[in-house]
Design a protein. Structure first.
Length: 264
């Protein structure tokens, strides 16, 4: 399955729909937005990170439309080496994301590494992404802090050592890999790329979880991922899916897995 997954993403070219998605949904649907980056740099005087400019940008486009002139991010992290898999919704969207994905060459290099299955850890805990919304969400807002702190204490290692271990352990899988401001009009089951991610979860990751090699946390879009709570498979209650931090129970279960997984 993993080889099939890799072959599927070899067909993808950044700043476009995956060809299988385009074949299924077309490229001119009103639910899609494809705007040249030069339009934005000229309109906003090359100041794409400005808050007022972002507000204007958001008012111009349907928040549920997918923006195709960006990177599709079906996964973030190293699928083969990670041990904590977070199943999520889809990447958000701000005007500044266009700047990051079209002009920040160091960040773009990392995005290409991801698509080539050569990630060296969770990108949004890496300083190369420090100007991005993903870094702000995951790193600046300390979503992994409790896990890092408690793993540090459990293993009697420094915070930095714990941080680096957790960074290499995390992989995020999106139900839809394309950017939108709000949950897209398209449902994951409508997109071949999303269905491929679901197959990866069920055919490749789930057996690993049952063998105790990884833990899977279904945070968003759990009805699409269609998993059942079991050993090393956590499901966020649908009534609290929008909560943006790990609960104390989720933190404890992930920490317990890590302690058992890396007991030496």
């Amino acid at each position: 399955m993993l080889n099939e997954y890799k072959e599927f993403w070899k067909k993808y070219i950044p700043y476009q729909l995956h060809p299988d998605d385009e074949k299924e949904i077309g490229s001119n649907d009103k639910k899609l937005v494809n705007i040249d980056i030069n339009f934005f740099t000229q309109k906003y005087s090359n100041n794409l990170k400005n808050k007022e400019n972002d507000q204007d940008f958001q008012s111009q486009f349907d928040p549920k439309a997918i923006h195709t002139n960006m990177y599709c991010k079906p996964f973030t992290g190293n699928i083969e080496q990670a041990s904590i898999f977070i199943l999520y919704g889809n990447p958000g969207l701000a005007l500044g994301d266009y700047q990051d994905e079209h002009h920040d060459q160091k960040y773009i290099k990392k995005l290409n590494q991801e698509l080539n299955f050569a990630s060296d850890g969770f990108l949004y805990l890496d300083e190369v992404s420090k100007n991005t919304g993903g870094y702000k969400y995951w790193k600046t807002e300390n979503r992994f802090k409790n896990i890092i702190d408690q793993y540090s204490l459990a293993k009697d290692i420094s915070y930095v050592e714990s941080f680096n271990k957790i960074k290499k352990s995390i992989c995020l899988l999106e139900s839809i890999g394309y950017h939108s401001t709000r949950t897209p009009y398209f449902k994951p089951q409508e997109l071949p790329s999303s269905r491929m991610n679901k197959r990866l979860v069920h055919e490749y990751l789930l057996p690993k979880a049952h063998r105790g090699e990884i833990i899977i946390f279904s945070w968003r879009q759990s009805s699409f991922w269609d998993l059942t709570k079991s050993k090393n498979v956590l499901l966020r209650d649908k009534n609290t899916a929008r909560n943006s931090y790990f609960s104390s129970k989720e933190t404890s279960e992930i920490l317990e897995f890590l302690k058992n997984r890396y007991s030496n």
